[in-house]
Structures are given as structure tokens and as C-alpha cells.
Write a protein that binds this ligand. Structure first.
Ligand code: SAH
Ligand code: SF4
Ligand code: F3S
Length: 480
């Protein structure tokens, strides 16, 4: 998972409600933040807020932020500087703009944000956005008096959110679990998202059904520790993620199921077995290892060794031989020597990744590793990152090239840059390009892969529309 990506927010339909105000949401960070942003728009709809893509015209601007690395946090403050000017320009035209900071930076640095940027009206953490209508109403009344809400409420926000207003499209996110109790020594997430908690099974299945009714063919189950899922089942008693996936696979027309992000320690037998047994469960898994050195893994408090990880990979591949893998890596963790880094390269060579994210260690305030002596010099971090990325990029290219000559079902979900081009995802999460009409969007169609590139594959759409995840044609529809 790339904690520094920005993602566009789908524009919500507002139904029959008169939309008199506009809200602009900018999102950084993980998929869970993207999901939260769509839900914030849902919560605000009854107040008459419709989404806009133009921040300068917005009555309310929400920055949904990420705290994972220093760079991610810096971006928020530079964006706030730009917004201040927009707010002032709007005021000279007699208008008004509320500025809100949400997400993990808000949770971690709430008071500091208000000190550094006193023109911010609202600061609220990831667990409080179900209260947005109330917060916004208060902010509009108490002009000049900023509102700060970084509670971890006892109630779950999911019990208070309205039904989703806007279809997310062919590939939808669904949060099933939040927070983290693992406390890896480099990571802010346990502090910004709070304790680990799972949503009840019924709530998730109902939301998945609505997403499918709204046109989703693929649902990605989200959680900071998604495979630690232990939500309450319909008859009481906790369900694991494997059981939840099997139940979701019963939903007609839900062709693809994915989940992210997993921790190696929570890959239990049932979940691994599900990969061999549930055809809708896609053969791709993001399973972060962070390092290949046991002493670094210990110092990171990961509670698994490199060997434990490799055994899990072997079991996954036994259950599902074509399983493609992805990971996150941190280089230059405090105390990392050349020998530790070499162990990471060995692990990468042993696994063979289809894709991966890698980062230089970034000391985060309040985390144990940031206080450790033996911080690695920046130049060494740079060299190691370059070497690791070279290897990972070569593996990704090799994987993409190995797909040439194969036919695979692709879920097309976006128009390409060029007219007549459509973009989608293979079962292995590769971006796939093809020439095809826009009516293919939302469909799973067979692609004969001709080219494998650094970050994508390309090919020709072949006869037939494949409507099930196991690649069985439901209708022969002729060449499209
Ligand atoms: N729950 C997810 C983590 C989300 S953060 C998981 O366990 O994988 C996404 C990734 O950011 C992490 O996997 C890690 O590789 C990276 N990351 C987290 N904290 C970091 C830090 N302080 N410096 C550099 N990278 C970090
Ligand atoms: Fe962060 Fe570790 Fe929890 Fe992932 S498992 S969110 S890296 S503390
Ligand atoms: Fe970033 Fe928070 Fe996600 S710190 S990666 S937005 S959980």
C-alpha cells in the first residue's frame, strides 16, 4: 500500500435533494482514507452539500490527510497555504469557505495544525466523521472559533453513517476492519486510527449487496489489519476473514473479491484455504514483510521471522499456484547494516514479487524507533532504496512480460487517455490497456495479452464476455 498516493474522489449523485452548498475533498494516504472520503460526502449530503472538483468555489474544503511518513505530512501544510489564499479571495467576493483537516495528521497533530494554520475551522480524526453535520453546523455558527475533535468515541461511526449515496463504480472499497494493535515500532497507525475493531458481518454483507446493486463487480475489503478481522456473525460469535469472504462470494454478480492490507501473523489456515477454494477471491495478495533480516524484524516488533513469511508464501502458492504477491519494504530502519539489507534482497529474490512499494525509513514523532540510536545516514538509505527498487522493478517487468501470450479476464473500469482506449485490472492487479468501446466499462472481458511493460500489460479483447470469476463464459457475445 502506498501511503502517499492521492486518489480522486468519485463525484456523488445527490438524488432529488436540492444542493445549495459545495464540498471539495482532497485525499492522501491509504485506500481506507479514500473510502472515508466517499463516506464523508455521504454524511454531508443531507445538509445540502454536493461534491465539487473546484476547491476555489467550495463552501467547505476537507483535506483527508496521511501521517505515515514525513513527506505525507508536509504536503498538508503546503496545501493549507494555498487554501488560505483561496479563502481570502472568496471573502473579498463576499463568500465564505470553511477549511477542515481530517484523517491521520488531524488525529496526530490536531492542536499544532490550529496553531500553525489559525484559518483552519475544523480538525477531526478518522473515528469522528459521522459527527460532521454537527461539527459543520457548529463551525458555521461559531465563526472564528475553531473546532477540534480527535476523540476515539466508544460508539462505532459505522453505526451512524447513512447508506452510501454515490455508486463507487465497477471496483468498490468496503472497510471491514479498522485500527491496529500491533505497534510496529516505526508506525503511527495504532496512534492515529486507534485500537483494532471489526464491523459486524451483517452490516458488511448489506453494504456489499448495495455496492453490487450500484454496479460494482469487484469489492476490495479494507482494513489496516484486514486479516485480523473478527466481526460478529449473524448468530453471535466472531467470524474470521476467510468465513466472511466465503459468505460474500454467495452474492450474485459479485465477480471479484480482494482484501488489503494483511499482516503475515494473521494469515490463518482458513484464509489461506479460501484462496484455493473461492474462485471470486483474486490470485493477488499484498502481504507486507518490511525487511528480510530477522534482527531488524525483531527490532520492528513485527513478531514474525523471514522464514515464517516464506512459509506463508509457500502455503499460499500451494493453495493457489498462480498467486501473485506484493509487499511493502522499509530500508534504512535504525540499526540496519549491509548484511541486513542483503537479507532483504535475498528474500525478494526468493519470493519473486509481481509488484511492491518501498520506502526510506522516516522517523515519526512518538514512535519507539524514532528515538533509537543508530539511525542510518540519509545517503545509505538512498543507495539501498535504489538497489531494492531496481530489483523490484525488474521483477515486476519480468512478471508483466511473463503474461504475454496468455488470455485473462480483465475488469475494465476506466476510459484511457486516448479515445477508444479502455483501462482495467487483470486478476493479478496489473493495469491492462486495450482498444475497446466505452460500453466495456464495468464488464469483465477476456484480454489476449500481447505486451508486458514496466507498470502495465496491453492486449486485444477477444470473443466472449466473461461474467464469472473462474473465467467461464456465461454468454458468447461475438467479437466486441
Ligand atoms: N497496516 C499496514 C501498514 C500501513 S502503512 C501494514 O501493516 O502493512 C503502509 C506502509 O508504509 C507500511 O507497510 C510500511 O512499509 C510503510 N511505513 C509505515 N511507517 C513508515 C515509516 N515510519 N517510514 C517509512 N515507511 C513507513
Ligand atoms: Fe502499522 Fe504495523 Fe499496524 Fe501495519 S501492522 S498498521 S505497519 S503498526
Ligand atoms: Fe496514512 Fe492514516 Fe492510512 S497514516 S496510510 S492515512 S491509516
Amino acid at each position: 500500500m502506498d501511503g502517499s498516493q492521492t486518489a480522486p474522489l468519485p463525484i456523488a449523485a445527490t438524488g432529488d435533494r436540492p444542493a445549495s452548498r459545495r464540498v471539495y475533498v482532497k485525499t492522501w494516504g491509504c485506500q481506507m482514507n479514500v473510502y472515508d472520503s466517499t463516506r464523508m460526502v455521504d454524511v454531508l449530503a443531507p445538509l445540502g452539500y454536493a461534491p465539487t472538483a473546484a476547491p476555489d468555489d467550495a463552501d467547505l474544503v476537507i483535506l483527508n490527510t496521511c501521517h505515515i511518513r514525513e513527506k505525507a505530512t508536509d504536503k498538508v501544510f503546503s496545501e493549507l497555504g494555498r487554501l488560505r489564499a483561496a479563502k481570502e479571495a472568496r471573502a473579498t467576493r463576499g463568500g465564505d469557505m470553511l477549511i477542515a483537516v481530517a484523517g491521520c495528521v488531524a488525529q496526530a497533530e490536531g492542536a499544532e495544525i490550529l496553531e500553525r494554520a489559525p484559518y483552519v475551522d475544523l480538525v477531526f480524526g478518522p473515528q469522528t466523521y459521522h459527527d460532521l453535520p454537527d461539527m459543520v453546523t457548529k463551525a458555521l455558527r461559531s465563526r472564528g472559533q475553531a473546532i477540534l475533535n480527535t476523540e476515539f468515541p466508544v460508539e462505532s461511526k459505522f453505526d451512524f453513517l447513512p447508506e452510501e449515496q454515490a455508486p463507487q463504480g465497477p471496483s468498490a472499497f468496503l472497510s471491514v476492519q479498522e485500527g491496529c494493535d500491533k505497534f510496529c515500532t516505526f508506525c503511527v497507525v495504532p496512534y492515529t486510527r486507534g485500537a483494532e475493531a471489526s464491523r459486524p458481518v451483517d452490516q458488511i454483507i448489506a453494504e456489499a449487496r448495495r455496492l453490487v446493486a450500484g454496479g460494482a463487480r469487484e469489492v476490495t475489503l479494507l482494513g489496516q489489519n484486514v486479516n485480523a478481522y473478527h466481526g460478529e456473525g449473524p448468530q453471535g460469535g466472531p467470524w474470521g476473514l476467510g468465513r466472511l469472504i466465503r459468505a460474500l462470494a454467495e452474492i450474485p454478480d459479485l465477480a471479484r473479491i480482494r482484501y488489503t492490507t494483511s499482516h503475515p501473523r494473521d494469515m490463518d489456515d482458513d484464509l489461506i484455504a479460501a484462496h484455493g477454494e473461492v474462485p471470486q477471491l483474486m490470485p493477488f495478495l499484498h502481504l507486507p514483510v518490511q525487511s528480510g533480516s530477522d534482527s531488524i524484524l525483531r527490532s520492528m516488533n513485527r513478531k514474525h521471522s523471514a522464514d515464517d513469511y516464506l512459509r506463508i508464501v509457500d502455503r499460499l502458492r500451494t493453495a493457489r499456484p498462480d498467486m501473485a504477491l506484493s509487499s511493502d519494504f522499509i530500508v534504512g530502519f535504525p540499526g540496519e547494516r549491509e548484511a541486513d539489507f542483503a537479507a532483504t534482497l535475498r528474500l525478494v529474490n526468493r519470493v519473486g514479487y509481481a509488484q511492491a512499494y518501498s520506502f526510506k525509513y522516516s522517523p515519526r514523532p512518538g514512535t519507539p524507533a524514532s528515538a533509537q540510536a543508530s539511525q542510518v545516514p540519509e545517503a545509505e538509505k538512498t543507495d539501498r532504496l535504489e538497489a531494492l527498487q531496481q530489483l523490484l522493478n525488474a521483477q515486476q517487468l519480468a512478471f508483466n512480460r511473463s503474461c504475454r501470450g496468455r488470455v485473462m479476464p480483465v475488469l475494465f473500469d476506466r476510459a484511457g487517455k486516448r479515445p477508444g482506449q479502455v483501462l482495467g485490472r487483470t486478476p493479478f492487479m496489473q493495469v491492462a490497456h486495450a482498444e475497446g468501446p466505452p460500453r466495456l466499462l464495468g464488464q469483465i472481458v477476456d484480454l489476449a495479452v500481447d505486451e508486458g511493460h514496466a507498470n502495465s500489460v496491453a492486449g486485444r479483447i477477444v470473443t466472449g464476455t466473461w461474467d464469472t470469476a473462474d473465467g467461464q463464459p456465461t454468454a458468447a457475445q461475438g467479437a466486441v
